[in-house]
Design a protein around this ligand. Sequence first.
Ligand code: LMG
Ligand code: NDP
Ligand code: PMR
Length: 397
Amino acid sequence: MALQAASFSPTISIHKEVYAAGTVVLKNTGLSGLPFSEHFEVKSKSLRLRNKQGRLPDGAIRAQTATISEINQAPSEGNKTLRKGNVIITGASSGLGLATAKALAETGKWHVIMACRNFLKAQMAAKSAGIAKENYTVMHLDLASLDSVRQFVDSFRRSGMPLDVLVCNAAVYLPTAKEPSFTAEGFELSVGTNHLGHFLLTRLLLDDIKHSDYTSKRVIIVGSITGNTNTLAGNVPPKANLGDLRGLASGLNGLNSSTMIDGGDFDGAKAYKDSKVCNMLTMQELHRRYHEETGITFASLYPGCIATTGLFREHIPLFRILFPPFQMYITKGYVSEEEAGKRLAQVVCDSSLQQSGVYWSWNKNSASFQNQLSQEASDEEKARKLWEISEKLVGLA
Ligand code: LMG
Ligand code: NDP
Ligand code: PMR
Protein backbone atom coordinates (compact mmCIF):
# COMPACT_ATOMS: atom_id res chain seq x y z
CA MET A 1 0.00 0.00 0.00
CA ALA A 2 1.60 3.18 -1.16
CA LEU A 3 0.34 5.18 1.77
CA GLN A 4 1.62 2.73 4.28
CA ALA A 5 5.06 2.09 2.87
CA ALA A 6 7.68 2.72 5.49
CA SER A 7 10.45 5.09 4.65
CA PHE A 8 13.23 6.67 6.60
CA SER A 9 12.36 10.21 5.68
CA PRO A 10 8.97 11.69 6.36
CA THR A 11 6.67 12.02 3.39
CA ILE A 12 3.43 13.90 3.26
CA SER A 13 0.48 12.86 1.21
CA ILE A 14 -3.04 14.13 0.90
CA HIS A 15 -5.57 11.42 0.79
CA LYS A 16 -9.32 11.22 0.27
CA GLU A 17 -10.80 9.60 3.30
CA VAL A 18 -13.71 7.23 2.85
CA TYR A 19 -14.48 6.32 6.42
CA ALA A 20 -18.07 5.22 6.12
CA ALA A 21 -18.54 5.85 9.79
CA GLY A 22 -17.54 9.45 9.39
CA THR A 23 -14.72 9.49 11.89
CA VAL A 24 -11.29 10.62 10.96
CA VAL A 25 -8.33 10.50 13.15
CA LEU A 26 -5.61 12.92 13.88
CA LYS A 27 -2.49 11.46 15.24
CA ASN A 28 0.59 13.47 15.90
CA THR A 29 4.12 12.29 15.37
CA GLY A 30 7.37 14.00 16.13
CA LEU A 31 9.45 14.41 13.02
CA SER A 32 12.39 13.17 15.03
CA GLY A 33 10.71 9.78 14.75
CA LEU A 34 9.76 9.74 18.40
CA PRO A 35 6.01 9.71 18.75
CA PHE A 36 4.26 12.33 20.79
CA SER A 37 1.95 10.62 23.18
CA GLU A 38 -0.98 12.75 22.13
CA HIS A 39 -3.52 11.33 19.76
CA PHE A 40 -6.46 13.42 18.74
CA GLU A 41 -9.76 12.44 17.30
CA VAL A 42 -11.97 14.96 15.61
CA LYS A 43 -15.11 14.86 13.53
CA SER A 44 -14.83 13.89 9.90
CA LYS A 45 -14.03 15.85 6.77
CA SER A 46 -12.90 14.05 3.73
CA LEU A 47 -9.48 15.57 3.55
CA ARG A 48 -6.63 13.97 5.33
CA LEU A 49 -3.03 15.02 5.65
CA ARG A 50 -0.76 12.23 6.56
CA ASN A 51 2.84 12.19 7.68
CA LYS A 52 4.52 8.85 7.45
CA GLN A 53 7.64 7.98 9.27
CA GLY A 54 9.18 4.56 8.84
CA ARG A 55 10.51 2.45 11.61
CA LEU A 56 14.21 2.30 12.29
CA PRO A 57 16.14 -0.80 11.31
CA ASP A 58 16.40 -2.04 14.88
CA GLY A 59 12.61 -1.97 15.07
CA ALA A 60 12.73 0.18 18.19
CA ILE A 61 10.45 2.81 16.74
CA ARG A 62 7.21 1.84 15.09
CA ALA A 63 5.93 3.48 11.90
CA GLN A 64 3.84 6.45 12.88
CA THR A 65 1.03 8.25 11.13
CA ALA A 66 0.20 11.90 11.50
CA THR A 67 -3.16 12.72 10.04
CA ILE A 68 -4.83 16.07 10.06
CA SER A 69 -8.46 16.42 9.27
CA GLU A 70 -10.69 19.42 9.52
CA ILE A 71 -7.76 21.62 8.83
CA ASN A 72 -9.58 24.76 9.81
CA GLN A 73 -10.58 23.38 13.17
CA ALA A 74 -7.65 22.83 15.46
CA PRO A 75 -8.19 20.05 17.97
CA SER A 76 -8.59 21.25 21.48
CA GLU A 77 -7.40 19.54 24.63
CA GLY A 78 -11.05 18.69 25.29
CA ASN A 79 -11.47 16.21 22.45
CA LYS A 80 -8.10 14.56 22.78
CA THR A 81 -8.41 10.76 22.71
CA LEU A 82 -6.51 7.71 21.50
CA ARG A 83 -7.31 6.95 17.88
CA LYS A 84 -9.78 4.14 17.42
CA GLY A 85 -8.40 0.77 16.51
CA ASN A 86 -9.61 -0.71 13.23
CA VAL A 87 -10.51 -4.37 13.32
CA ILE A 88 -11.72 -6.55 10.46
CA ILE A 89 -14.00 -9.38 11.61
CA THR A 90 -15.01 -11.96 9.02
CA GLY A 91 -18.49 -13.43 9.38
CA ALA A 92 -19.66 -10.66 11.69
CA SER A 93 -23.26 -11.01 10.51
CA SER A 94 -24.19 -13.54 13.18
CA GLY A 95 -23.12 -15.55 16.21
CA LEU A 96 -19.66 -15.04 17.63
CA GLY A 97 -18.56 -12.49 15.02
CA LEU A 98 -21.55 -10.24 15.63
CA ALA A 99 -21.24 -10.51 19.42
CA THR A 100 -17.55 -9.61 19.19
CA ALA A 101 -18.28 -6.66 16.91
CA LYS A 102 -20.83 -5.44 19.44
CA ALA A 103 -18.50 -5.90 22.42
CA LEU A 104 -15.68 -3.99 20.70
CA ALA A 105 -17.91 -1.23 19.33
CA GLU A 106 -19.38 -0.65 22.78
CA THR A 107 -15.98 0.20 24.20
CA GLY A 108 -15.95 3.25 21.93
CA LYS A 109 -12.32 2.44 21.11
CA TRP A 110 -12.86 0.29 18.03
CA HIS A 111 -14.14 0.69 14.53
CA VAL A 112 -15.29 -2.70 13.26
CA ILE A 113 -15.11 -3.62 9.61
CA MET A 114 -17.71 -6.35 9.27
CA ALA A 115 -16.48 -8.51 6.38
CA CYS A 116 -19.57 -10.42 5.32
CA ARG A 117 -20.91 -12.37 2.37
CA ASN A 118 -24.43 -11.00 2.79
CA PHE A 119 -24.19 -7.22 2.91
CA LEU A 120 -27.84 -6.58 3.76
CA LYS A 121 -27.98 -9.25 6.46
CA ALA A 122 -24.87 -7.75 8.06
CA GLN A 123 -26.32 -4.23 8.00
CA MET A 124 -29.51 -5.43 9.61
CA ALA A 125 -27.66 -7.56 12.15
CA ALA A 126 -25.52 -4.59 13.21
CA LYS A 127 -28.60 -2.44 13.49
CA SER A 128 -30.61 -4.88 15.53
CA ALA A 129 -27.62 -5.57 17.79
CA GLY A 130 -27.65 -1.84 18.49
CA ILE A 131 -24.15 -1.12 17.19
CA ALA A 132 -23.82 2.63 16.67
CA LYS A 133 -23.33 3.41 13.00
CA GLU A 134 -20.16 5.41 13.50
CA ASN A 135 -18.56 2.31 14.98
CA TYR A 136 -18.84 -0.07 12.04
CA THR A 137 -18.53 -0.45 8.28
CA VAL A 138 -19.90 -3.41 6.35
CA MET A 139 -17.76 -4.62 3.45
CA HIS A 140 -18.52 -7.48 1.14
CA LEU A 141 -16.39 -10.61 1.49
CA ASP A 142 -17.22 -14.10 0.30
CA LEU A 143 -14.51 -16.40 1.59
CA ALA A 144 -15.72 -19.13 -0.76
CA SER A 145 -14.27 -17.14 -3.66
CA LEU A 146 -10.62 -16.16 -3.85
CA ASP A 147 -11.54 -13.40 -6.31
CA SER A 148 -13.86 -11.98 -3.69
CA VAL A 149 -11.08 -12.15 -1.10
CA ARG A 150 -8.79 -10.17 -3.40
CA GLN A 151 -11.56 -7.67 -4.18
CA PHE A 152 -12.25 -7.21 -0.49
CA VAL A 153 -8.59 -6.43 0.16
CA ASP A 154 -8.65 -3.87 -2.67
CA SER A 155 -11.79 -2.16 -1.36
CA PHE A 156 -10.45 -2.13 2.15
CA ARG A 157 -7.25 -0.48 0.97
CA ARG A 158 -9.21 2.07 -1.03
CA SER A 159 -11.06 3.05 2.14
CA GLY A 160 -7.77 4.43 3.44
CA MET A 161 -8.30 3.00 6.90
CA PRO A 162 -5.25 1.63 8.64
CA LEU A 163 -5.60 -1.99 9.77
CA ASP A 164 -4.70 -2.94 13.31
CA VAL A 165 -6.37 -6.29 13.97
CA LEU A 166 -7.74 -9.06 11.74
CA VAL A 167 -10.15 -11.65 13.15
CA CYS A 168 -10.70 -14.74 11.00
CA ASN A 169 -14.02 -15.89 12.42
CA ALA A 170 -16.36 -16.94 9.61
CA ALA A 171 -17.05 -20.62 9.09
CA VAL A 172 -19.44 -23.11 7.59
CA TYR A 173 -20.36 -26.50 9.04
CA LEU A 174 -22.11 -29.09 6.87
CA PRO A 175 -22.63 -32.11 9.12
CA THR A 176 -25.54 -33.67 7.24
CA ALA A 177 -24.30 -33.22 3.68
CA LYS A 178 -24.08 -36.51 1.82
CA GLU A 179 -22.21 -34.96 -1.09
CA PRO A 180 -19.54 -32.27 -1.03
CA SER A 181 -20.12 -28.65 -2.10
CA PHE A 182 -17.40 -26.52 -3.62
CA THR A 183 -16.01 -22.99 -3.55
CA ALA A 184 -15.74 -20.86 -6.71
CA GLU A 185 -12.29 -22.33 -7.35
CA GLY A 186 -13.53 -25.87 -6.80
CA PHE A 187 -12.23 -26.61 -3.30
CA GLU A 188 -14.38 -28.57 -0.87
CA LEU A 189 -16.53 -25.85 0.75
CA SER A 190 -15.70 -26.21 4.48
CA VAL A 191 -11.93 -26.29 4.12
CA GLY A 192 -12.11 -23.88 1.18
CA THR A 193 -14.01 -21.28 3.21
CA ASN A 194 -12.79 -21.80 6.76
CA HIS A 195 -9.13 -22.34 5.91
CA LEU A 196 -8.14 -21.40 2.34
CA GLY A 197 -10.21 -18.19 2.11
CA HIS A 198 -8.84 -17.02 5.44
CA PHE A 199 -5.32 -18.10 4.51
CA LEU A 200 -5.31 -15.86 1.43
CA LEU A 201 -7.01 -12.99 3.29
CA THR A 202 -4.46 -13.09 6.09
CA ARG A 203 -1.49 -13.33 3.77
CA LEU A 204 -2.68 -10.34 1.73
CA LEU A 205 -3.48 -8.18 4.75
CA LEU A 206 -0.34 -9.00 6.70
CA ASP A 207 1.56 -6.17 5.09
CA ASP A 208 -1.18 -3.68 5.96
CA ILE A 209 -1.18 -4.78 9.60
CA LYS A 210 2.61 -4.70 9.66
CA HIS A 211 2.50 -1.00 8.79
CA SER A 212 -0.09 -0.10 11.40
CA ASP A 213 1.15 2.21 14.13
CA TYR A 214 -1.28 0.84 16.69
CA THR A 215 0.01 -0.17 20.11
CA SER A 216 -0.90 -3.82 19.68
CA LYS A 217 -1.38 -5.41 16.28
CA ARG A 218 -3.01 -8.81 16.16
CA VAL A 219 -4.20 -11.59 13.87
CA ILE A 220 -6.67 -13.97 15.45
CA ILE A 221 -7.94 -17.18 13.88
CA VAL A 222 -10.86 -18.85 15.66
CA GLY A 223 -10.12 -22.50 16.44
CA SER A 224 -12.13 -25.10 18.33
CA ILE A 225 -12.02 -27.86 20.89
CA THR A 226 -13.58 -30.27 18.38
CA GLY A 227 -10.41 -30.14 16.25
CA ASN A 228 -8.31 -31.11 19.27
CA THR A 229 -8.22 -34.86 19.86
CA ASN A 230 -6.62 -34.39 23.29
CA THR A 231 -10.15 -33.55 24.59
CA LEU A 232 -13.39 -35.51 25.05
CA ALA A 233 -15.19 -33.28 22.54
CA GLY A 234 -12.42 -33.88 20.01
CA ASN A 235 -12.96 -37.62 20.33
CA VAL A 236 -16.60 -37.61 19.26
CA PRO A 237 -16.60 -39.24 15.85
CA PRO A 238 -15.73 -38.33 13.18
CA LYS A 239 -12.37 -37.14 14.52
CA ALA A 240 -10.18 -34.53 12.87
CA ASN A 241 -7.23 -35.99 11.02
CA LEU A 242 -5.23 -34.35 8.23
CA GLY A 243 -3.21 -37.49 7.53
CA ASP A 244 -0.35 -36.73 5.18
CA LEU A 245 -2.34 -33.95 3.46
CA ARG A 246 -2.50 -35.91 0.22
CA GLY A 247 -6.06 -34.79 -0.62
CA LEU A 248 -5.20 -31.14 -0.09
CA ALA A 249 -1.99 -31.47 -2.06
CA SER A 250 -3.91 -32.78 -5.05
CA GLY A 251 -6.44 -29.95 -5.02
CA LEU A 252 -9.34 -31.01 -2.75
CA ASN A 253 -11.67 -30.87 -5.73
CA GLY A 254 -13.13 -34.36 -6.00
CA LEU A 255 -12.11 -34.61 -9.66
CA ASN A 256 -8.60 -35.90 -9.69
CA SER A 257 -8.43 -36.05 -5.91
CA SER A 258 -10.35 -36.60 -2.73
CA THR A 259 -12.48 -33.82 -1.22
CA MET A 260 -10.92 -34.52 2.16
CA ILE A 261 -7.51 -33.31 3.30
CA ASP A 262 -6.41 -36.80 4.30
CA GLY A 263 -7.54 -38.30 0.99
CA GLY A 264 -10.56 -40.15 2.48
CA ASP A 265 -14.27 -40.17 1.61
CA PHE A 266 -16.28 -36.99 2.06
CA ASP A 267 -17.58 -36.38 5.60
CA GLY A 268 -18.90 -32.89 6.27
CA ALA A 269 -18.43 -33.00 10.04
CA LYS A 270 -14.85 -34.22 9.65
CA ALA A 271 -14.12 -31.59 6.99
CA TYR A 272 -15.16 -28.87 9.46
CA LYS A 273 -13.01 -30.29 12.25
CA ASP A 274 -10.08 -30.67 9.83
CA SER A 275 -10.54 -27.02 8.82
CA LYS A 276 -10.29 -25.98 12.47
CA VAL A 277 -7.01 -27.92 12.78
CA CYS A 278 -5.80 -25.97 9.72
CA ASN A 279 -6.82 -22.71 11.42
CA MET A 280 -4.84 -23.56 14.57
CA LEU A 281 -1.80 -24.78 12.60
CA THR A 282 -1.86 -21.63 10.44
CA MET A 283 -1.86 -19.38 13.51
CA GLN A 284 1.27 -21.09 14.82
CA GLU A 285 3.01 -21.00 11.46
CA LEU A 286 2.26 -17.27 11.17
CA HIS A 287 3.74 -16.84 14.62
CA ARG A 288 6.92 -18.69 13.68
CA ARG A 289 7.33 -16.84 10.39
CA TYR A 290 6.27 -13.31 11.26
CA HIS A 291 6.01 -12.53 14.95
CA GLU A 292 9.60 -11.52 15.53
CA GLU A 293 9.89 -9.53 12.32
CA THR A 294 6.57 -7.68 12.57
CA GLY A 295 5.68 -7.54 16.25
CA ILE A 296 2.22 -8.83 15.34
CA THR A 297 0.53 -11.05 17.93
CA PHE A 298 -0.90 -14.23 16.42
CA ALA A 299 -3.51 -16.09 18.46
CA SER A 300 -6.22 -18.71 18.28
CA LEU A 301 -8.94 -19.64 20.74
CA TYR A 302 -11.79 -21.90 21.72
CA PRO A 303 -14.46 -19.48 22.91
CA GLY A 304 -16.64 -22.16 24.56
CA CYS A 305 -19.59 -24.03 23.11
CA ILE A 306 -21.94 -21.39 21.71
CA ALA A 307 -24.66 -23.93 21.05
CA THR A 308 -27.25 -21.45 19.78
CA THR A 309 -25.46 -19.93 16.79
CA GLY A 310 -26.17 -20.29 13.09
CA LEU A 311 -23.26 -22.73 12.81
CA PHE A 312 -25.70 -25.59 13.40
CA ARG A 313 -28.24 -24.42 10.83
CA GLU A 314 -27.56 -27.43 8.59
CA HIS A 315 -27.87 -29.95 11.42
CA ILE A 316 -31.05 -32.00 11.92
CA PRO A 317 -33.79 -30.21 13.89
CA LEU A 318 -33.56 -32.68 16.79
CA PHE A 319 -29.89 -31.88 17.21
CA ARG A 320 -30.61 -28.16 17.23
CA ILE A 321 -33.19 -28.67 19.98
CA LEU A 322 -31.14 -31.01 22.16
CA PHE A 323 -27.65 -29.56 21.67
CA PRO A 324 -28.04 -26.38 23.81
CA PRO A 325 -29.48 -28.18 26.89
CA PHE A 326 -26.95 -30.99 26.43
CA GLN A 327 -24.08 -28.49 26.52
CA MET A 328 -25.68 -26.41 29.25
CA TYR A 329 -26.57 -29.14 31.74
CA ILE A 330 -24.43 -32.17 30.84
CA THR A 331 -21.07 -31.05 29.49
CA LYS A 332 -21.36 -27.59 31.10
CA GLY A 333 -19.38 -26.30 28.14
CA TYR A 334 -22.13 -23.90 27.03
CA VAL A 335 -21.54 -20.16 26.71
CA SER A 336 -23.89 -17.48 25.48
CA GLU A 337 -23.10 -15.55 22.31
CA GLU A 338 -22.61 -12.46 24.45
CA GLU A 339 -20.08 -14.12 26.75
CA ALA A 340 -18.22 -15.69 23.82
CA GLY A 341 -18.11 -12.27 22.13
CA LYS A 342 -16.51 -10.77 25.24
CA ARG A 343 -13.92 -13.55 25.22
CA LEU A 344 -12.94 -12.97 21.61
CA ALA A 345 -12.93 -9.21 22.24
CA GLN A 346 -10.36 -9.84 25.00
CA VAL A 347 -8.13 -11.63 22.52
CA VAL A 348 -8.47 -8.59 20.26
CA CYS A 349 -7.53 -5.93 22.78
CA ASP A 350 -6.76 -7.09 26.29
CA SER A 351 -3.16 -6.37 27.22
CA SER A 352 -2.98 -9.53 29.33
CA LEU A 353 -3.67 -11.62 26.21
CA GLN A 354 -0.91 -10.14 24.11
CA GLN A 355 1.40 -13.14 23.94
CA SER A 356 1.83 -14.49 20.43
CA GLY A 357 1.44 -18.11 19.36
CA VAL A 358 -1.16 -18.90 22.04
CA TYR A 359 -4.39 -20.94 21.86
CA TRP A 360 -6.67 -19.33 24.46
CA SER A 361 -9.45 -20.98 26.41
CA TRP A 362 -11.54 -19.98 29.44
CA ASN A 363 -12.26 -21.86 32.64
CA LYS A 364 -15.56 -22.20 34.49
CA ASN A 365 -15.07 -18.78 36.08
CA SER A 366 -14.54 -17.26 32.64
CA ALA A 367 -10.86 -16.67 33.32
CA SER A 368 -8.60 -17.02 30.29
CA PHE A 369 -5.72 -19.49 30.17
CA GLN A 370 -3.23 -20.75 27.61
CA ASN A 371 -4.51 -24.13 26.49
CA GLN A 372 -2.69 -27.15 25.06
CA LEU A 373 -3.35 -28.08 21.48
CA SER A 374 -3.54 -31.72 20.39
CA GLN A 375 -0.46 -33.35 18.96
CA GLU A 376 -1.68 -32.92 15.40
CA ALA A 377 -2.79 -29.32 15.91
CA SER A 378 0.70 -28.44 17.18
CA ASP A 379 2.74 -30.47 14.70
CA GLU A 380 5.34 -28.06 13.28
CA GLU A 381 6.16 -30.17 10.27
CA LYS A 382 2.49 -30.49 9.35
CA ALA A 383 2.03 -26.73 9.80
CA ARG A 384 4.87 -26.03 7.38
CA LYS A 385 3.55 -28.49 4.82
CA LEU A 386 0.02 -27.10 5.17
CA TRP A 387 1.40 -23.60 4.62
CA GLU A 388 3.27 -24.57 1.47
CA ILE A 389 0.37 -26.47 -0.08
CA SER A 390 -2.11 -23.72 0.82
CA GLU A 391 0.15 -21.11 -0.79
CA LYS A 392 0.04 -23.04 -4.04
CA LEU A 393 -3.73 -23.56 -3.93
CA VAL A 394 -4.53 -19.88 -3.38
CA GLY A 395 -2.06 -18.75 -6.03
CA LEU A 396 0.62 -17.21 -3.83
CA ALA A 397 3.36 -19.62 -4.82
C1 LMG B 1 -21.73 -37.76 13.66
O1 LMG B 1 -22.29 -38.54 14.63
C2 LMG B 1 -22.32 -38.11 12.31
O2 LMG B 1 -21.88 -39.37 11.96
C3 LMG B 1 -21.81 -37.11 11.29
O3 LMG B 1 -22.44 -37.31 10.08
C4 LMG B 1 -22.05 -35.71 11.76
O4 LMG B 1 -23.40 -35.42 11.79
C5 LMG B 1 -21.45 -35.56 13.14
O5 LMG B 1 -20.63 -34.04 14.70
C6 LMG B 1 -21.61 -34.21 13.72
O6 LMG B 1 -22.03 -36.46 14.01
C7 LMG B 1 -22.01 -38.07 15.89
C8 LMG B 1 -22.63 -38.99 16.85
C9 LMG B 1 -21.58 -39.89 17.32
O7 LMG B 1 -23.09 -38.27 17.94
C10 LMG B 1 -24.40 -38.15 18.05
O8 LMG B 1 -25.11 -38.34 17.13
C11 LMG B 1 -24.87 -37.77 19.37
C12 LMG B 1 -25.76 -38.78 19.89
C13 LMG B 1 -25.71 -38.80 21.36
C14 LMG B 1 -26.29 -40.01 21.93
C15 LMG B 1 -25.93 -40.22 23.35
C16 LMG B 1 -26.27 -39.09 24.20
C17 LMG B 1 -26.85 -39.41 25.49
C18 LMG B 1 -27.00 -38.20 26.33
C19 LMG B 1 -28.37 -37.72 26.50
C20 LMG B 1 -28.42 -36.25 26.71
C21 LMG B 1 -29.51 -35.60 25.96
C22 LMG B 1 -28.99 -34.63 25.00
C23 LMG B 1 -28.48 -35.28 23.78
C24 LMG B 1 -27.94 -34.26 22.84
C25 LMG B 1 -27.15 -34.86 21.77
C26 LMG B 1 -26.43 -33.84 21.02
C27 LMG B 1 -25.03 -34.05 21.01
O9 LMG B 1 -21.72 -40.00 18.65
C28 LMG B 1 -21.30 -41.11 19.17
O10 LMG B 1 -20.73 -41.94 18.55
C29 LMG B 1 -21.63 -41.18 20.59
C30 LMG B 1 -20.47 -41.65 21.35
C31 LMG B 1 -19.61 -40.53 21.68
C32 LMG B 1 -18.24 -41.03 21.87
C33 LMG B 1 -17.43 -40.00 22.52
C34 LMG B 1 -16.08 -40.52 22.67
C35 LMG B 1 -15.47 -39.91 23.82
C36 LMG B 1 -15.18 -40.87 24.89
C37 LMG B 1 -16.42 -41.37 25.51
C38 LMG B 1 -16.79 -40.66 26.71
C39 LMG B 1 -18.05 -41.17 27.26
C40 LMG B 1 -18.80 -40.15 27.93
C41 LMG B 1 -20.12 -40.02 27.35
C42 LMG B 1 -20.94 -39.14 28.11
C43 LMG B 1 -22.13 -38.80 27.38
C44 LMG B 1 -22.94 -37.86 28.12
C45 LMG B 1 -24.04 -37.43 27.35
P1 NDP C 1 -22.40 -18.56 12.71
O1 NDP C 1 -22.93 -19.46 11.66
O2 NDP C 1 -23.36 -17.83 13.58
O3 NDP C 1 -21.42 -17.50 12.09
C1 NDP C 1 -20.60 -17.80 11.01
C2 NDP C 1 -20.41 -16.58 10.16
O4 NDP C 1 -19.59 -16.92 9.06
C3 NDP C 1 -21.70 -16.00 9.60
O5 NDP C 1 -21.62 -14.62 9.72
C4 NDP C 1 -21.65 -16.42 8.16
O6 NDP C 1 -22.32 -15.54 7.27
C5 NDP C 1 -20.16 -16.35 7.91
N1 NDP C 1 -19.78 -17.04 6.68
C6 NDP C 1 -20.05 -18.30 6.32
N2 NDP C 1 -19.57 -18.53 5.09
C7 NDP C 1 -18.98 -17.40 4.67
C8 NDP C 1 -18.34 -17.01 3.47
N3 NDP C 1 -18.21 -17.84 2.45
N4 NDP C 1 -17.86 -15.75 3.38
C9 NDP C 1 -18.00 -14.89 4.40
N5 NDP C 1 -18.62 -15.20 5.54
C10 NDP C 1 -19.11 -16.44 5.67
O7 NDP C 1 -21.43 -19.48 13.60
P2 NDP C 1 -20.55 -19.15 14.90
O8 NDP C 1 -20.71 -17.77 15.31
O9 NDP C 1 -20.80 -20.24 15.86
O10 NDP C 1 -19.08 -19.39 14.32
C11 NDP C 1 -18.09 -18.42 14.36
C12 NDP C 1 -16.75 -19.08 14.56
O11 NDP C 1 -16.71 -19.70 15.83
C13 NDP C 1 -16.40 -20.16 13.56
O12 NDP C 1 -15.05 -20.03 13.20
C14 NDP C 1 -16.60 -21.45 14.34
O13 NDP C 1 -15.78 -22.47 13.84
C15 NDP C 1 -16.17 -21.00 15.70
N6 NDP C 1 -16.60 -21.82 16.82
C16 NDP C 1 -17.94 -21.92 17.11
C17 NDP C 1 -18.35 -22.69 18.19
C18 NDP C 1 -19.76 -22.84 18.55
O14 NDP C 1 -20.03 -23.57 19.50
N7 NDP C 1 -20.69 -22.21 17.88
C19 NDP C 1 -17.36 -23.36 19.03
C20 NDP C 1 -16.00 -23.17 18.63
C21 NDP C 1 -15.65 -22.41 17.57
P3 NDP C 1 -23.92 -15.55 7.08
O15 NDP C 1 -24.47 -14.79 8.24
O16 NDP C 1 -24.10 -14.85 5.80
O17 NDP C 1 -24.34 -16.97 7.07
MG1 PMR D 1 -19.76 -31.97 21.50
C1 PMR D 1 -16.99 -31.54 27.53
C2 PMR D 1 -17.57 -32.09 26.54
C3 PMR D 1 -17.96 -31.48 25.25
C4 PMR D 1 -17.75 -30.22 24.74
C5 PMR D 1 -17.09 -29.06 25.41
C6 PMR D 1 -18.29 -30.20 23.43
C7 PMR D 1 -18.24 -29.11 22.57
N1 PMR D 1 -18.84 -31.43 23.17
C8 PMR D 1 -18.64 -32.24 24.26
C9 PMR D 1 -19.02 -33.57 24.42
C10 PMR D 1 -19.80 -34.28 23.51
N2 PMR D 1 -20.25 -33.82 22.32
C11 PMR D 1 -20.24 -35.65 23.69
C12 PMR D 1 -19.94 -36.49 24.89
C13 PMR D 1 -20.96 -35.97 22.57
C14 PMR D 1 -21.61 -37.28 22.25
C15 PMR D 1 -22.92 -37.32 22.83
C16 PMR D 1 -20.96 -34.81 21.72
C17 PMR D 1 -21.61 -34.77 20.50
C18 PMR D 1 -21.52 -33.69 19.63
C19 PMR D 1 -22.08 -33.57 18.32
C20 PMR D 1 -22.89 -34.56 17.58
N3 PMR D 1 -20.83 -32.51 19.92
C21 PMR D 1 -20.92 -31.73 18.83
C22 PMR D 1 -21.66 -32.34 17.85
C23 PMR D 1 -21.70 -31.45 16.74
O1 PMR D 1 -22.26 -31.61 15.67
C24 PMR D 1 -20.85 -30.25 17.05
C25 PMR D 1 -19.65 -30.32 16.19
O2 PMR D 1 -18.85 -31.20 16.25
O3 PMR D 1 -19.47 -29.33 15.37
C26 PMR D 1 -18.27 -29.46 14.62
C27 PMR D 1 -20.44 -30.48 18.50
C28 PMR D 1 -19.74 -29.70 19.40
N4 PMR D 1 -19.39 -30.11 20.66
C29 PMR D 1 -18.73 -29.11 21.30
C30 PMR D 1 -18.65 -28.01 20.41
C31 PMR D 1 -17.98 -26.69 20.74
C32 PMR D 1 -19.25 -28.36 19.26
C33 PMR D 1 -19.44 -27.48 18.07
C34 PMR D 1 -18.75 -26.58 17.44
C35 PMR D 1 -17.34 -26.43 17.05
O4 PMR D 1 -16.43 -27.14 17.32
O5 PMR D 1 -17.17 -25.46 16.45
